[in-house]
Ligand binder design. Structure first.
Ligand code: ADP
Ligand code: MG
Length: 474
C-alpha cells in the first residue's frame, strides 16, 4: 500500500475504547501498549476511531477517519506507534497512516489540537510547523531526515540531535565547525526545526553572524538598540551561523558577548557555526573565544566516498530525477571536498539530462563538468606535499618533519607545516598529528596557535608562509 492512499473504511461498529479492528488480536495488543505510552486521553482522541489495516513486507498500516488525525499522528505519535506495533508483529519497520475513503465520520475539529496539547507533548502538524520555521528563518529542506550521516559527521550529527531533542543536555553553546559546504548550516537549521516541532511555543531565531552585525549597526544608527537587545536576548534558542565573521569587529563582538552571556545565564540554548575552530578565529577577543569553547565543539569533515554516493542518491530521490549509477559514482569520485559543490555538479548534470531528455553518459558528464573537475584537482593539497615544501623552504630534511628533535630551527618549521596542513587540507587534527610522527591533536592545536602568534611578531613570516602556499597551489 502506498503512503497517503485511501482505503475503504471498516463496516463493523467501532469500539471506542480500543479502536475498531480488522485483526482484533493485533490491534488489541498494539492499542494497549500505545495507550500506556501516550496516555488514555491522547489515545482516545487520536486512536479511538483508528483501525488496523494489516501488515506486509515489514510495513503496517493504521487507518484513521480524517486528514487531521493523519497529520497529527504522523507528527506526534509515529515512534510510539511503531514501537507498539513492532511489539505485536515482529519485523515491522514502518507504519503508514492512511485516511479512510469515506472520511467525515469522527473527524476531529481544529479545537482538538489545543484541547489535546496540554495533555500530550506539544507538537505541531506540518503546515503550522512550516510557518513557524519560516518565521524563524529556517530553510524547510534542511532537516535531519535530509541529512546523510557518515563517519565524517556522526558525532556532530549526534550532538545536534541531542541538543534538538533533549532539554538541558548541557552542550551550551554547541559549536559546529568545519570547512565550507560540509553541512554546518544544514544541521543548524535541522536543530531549529526539530525544536519547533517538539516545542511550538519556543522562540527560535536563526540568523547569520553577518546579519547580526548589520542589524546591530543599523540599530545604533536608528537609536533602537534596546529593541535589538530585547529581540535577541529574549530568544529561547539562538542559532548564529558563521561566527568567524565577527573577526575584527570589536563593537559587534562586545554586543555579541553580552547577548551570549544573557542567554547562557538564562539557560537558553545557543548554537554557533564557524568555518574553523574557535581558537583559530583571528582578531577576536579572548573572552569571546573562551565563551565559544565552554560548551561542546564538534567538527564536520569532508565525507568519505560511500557517504558522497549516499548523498547523491538521496538528492536524486528528493528531486525525483533518475541519473545513471555510473554517473553518480563518477561525481562522487571526482568531487571530494565539499558537498555544496557535489550538489552543484549534480544539479548541472540533472538539468542537462532533463533538457536533453536523455540519460547522460560518464563521458558526457566529464565534458559537462570539466571546470568543476579541474578546480577540484587543483584544490588537493596534501600533508605530504606541505611537509616537502616546508622542508625545502627551511632547508631541512623531510625526516625532520616527523622526528622528535626539538631545536627551534626544526620545531618551528614543523609547526608551520602543521598550521598549513590545518588550513589547506581537510584532514582532522588527529590525522595531522599522526602524519607528523604520531603526535596528538593537542600538539597540532598548540602549533597552530604558536604560528598565529608568531605571525604578529615576526616580520616577513607572513610573506614566507604565503609563498609556500602559492607553491603548493600551483
Ligand atoms: P556549510 O554551512 O558547512 O557551508 P551547508 O550546510 O550550506 O554547508 O551545506 C551545503 C549544501 O550541501 C546544502 O545544500 C546541504 O543541504 C548539503 N549537504 C551538506 N552535507 C550534507 C549531508 N550530509 N547530507 C545531505 N546534504 C548535505
Ligand atoms: Mg553555512
Amino acid at each position: 500500500m502506498e503512503f497517503g492512499e485511501s482505503v475503504p473504511v471498516a463496516e463493523e461498529p467501532q469500539d471506542q475504547a480500543h479502536g475498531s479492528i480488522h485483526d482484533e488480536g493485533d490491534w488489541g495488543k498494539i492499542a494497549e501498549t500505545l495507550r500506556k505510552s501516550i496516555g488514555g486521553d491522547a489515545f482516545q482522541r487520536w486512536f479511538g476511531a483508528a483501525t488496523w489495516g494489516g501488515a506486509s513486507n515489514g510495513q503496517g498500516a493504521v487507518i484513521v477517519p480524517g486528514e487531521i488525525h493523519q497529520v497529527w499522528i504522523e507528527t506526534n505519535y509515529l515512534p510510539e506507534l511503531l514501537y507498539a506495533a513492532s511489539q505485536a508483529t515482529e519485523g515491522l519497520h514502518k507504519i503508514n497512516i492512511l485516511v479512510a475513503e469515506n472520511s467525515g465520520t469522527g473527524e476531529a475539529s481544529i479545537d482538538d489540537f489545543s484541547a489535546a496539547a496540554p495533555q500530550v507533548r506539544k507538537e505541531m502538524p506540518g503546515e503550522m510547523l512550516d510557518k513557524r520555521a519560516a518565521a524563524a528563518g529556517l530553510n524547510p529542506g534542511y532537516t535531519f531526515e535530509n541529512f546523510v550521516v557518515g563517519g565524517n559527521s556522526q558525532f556532530a550529527h549526534a550532538a545536534c540531535e541531542a541538543v534538538a531533542t533533549k532539554r538541558s543536555v548541557g552542550y551550551n553553546p554547541l559549536f559546529i565547525h568545519g570547512g565550507s559546504g560540509l553541512g554546518k548550516t544544514h544541521l543548524m537549521h535541522a536543530i531549529g526545526r526539530e525544536i519547533l516541532r517538539r516545542r511550538p511555543d519556543c522562540r527560535v531565531i536563526y540568523l547569520t553572524c553577518e546579519k547580526f552585525t548589520n542589524e546591530f549597526i543599523e540599530a545604533i544608527r536608528k537609536g533602537e538598540i534596546e529593541k535589538f537587545r530585547r529581540r535577541y536576548r529574549s530568544s529561547d534558542v539562538l542559532l548564529i551561523d558563521d561566527v568567524q565573521f565577527l573577526a575584527g569587529k570589536e563593537r559587534s563582538q562586545e554586543e555579541f558577548f553580552h547577548t551570549f552571556n544573557t542567554l547562557l545565564d538564562g539557560r537558553n540554548q545557543v548554537v554557533l557555526t564557524s568555518d574553523r575552530p574557535a581558537c583559530e578565529i583571528k582578531s577576536i577577543e579572548p573572552r569571546l573565544i573562551s565563551r565559544f569553547e565552554c560548551g561542546l565543539a564538534v567538527e564536520l569533515q569532508p565525507p568519505q566516498i560511500e557517504t558522497r554516493i549516499a548523498i547523491l542518491r538521496k538528492k536524486t530521490a528528493e528531486w525525483k530525477v533518475s541519473i545513471d549509477e555510473s554517473v553518480l559514482l563518477f561525481l562522487a569520485e571526482k568531487i571530494r571536498s565539499n558537498v555544496r559543490r557535489l550538489e552543484g555538479a549534480l544539479v548541472r548534470v540533472a538539468t542537462f539530462a532533463s533538457l536533453a531528455g536523455e540519460s547522460v553518459s560518464v563521458q558526457k558528464v566529464e565534458h559537462l563538468l570539466r571546470d568543476f573537475i579541474q578546480e577540484e584537482a587543483s584544490r588537493q593539497v596534501t600533508i605530504d606535499g606541505i611537509q616537502r615544501a616546508v622542508a625545502e623552504t627551511f632547508d631541512l630534511r623531510l625526516a625532520d618533519m616527523i622526528s622528535r628533535r626539538r631545536p627551534a630551527s626544526i620545531a618551528f618549521p614543523r609547526q608551520i607545516a602543521m598550521y598549513l596542513s590545518r588550513s589547506l587540507t581537510h584532514n582532522s587534527l588527529v590525522e595531522i598529528g599522526e602524519s607528523f610522527g604520531g603526535r596528538d591533536h593537542g600538539t597540532v592545536i598548540h602549533a597552530c596557535k604558536k604560528v598565529v602568534s608568531e605571525l604578529e611578531k615576526q616580520p616577513g613570516l607572513r610573506e614566507r608562509i604565503e609563498r609556500i602556499e602559492q607553491q603548493l597551489r600551483r
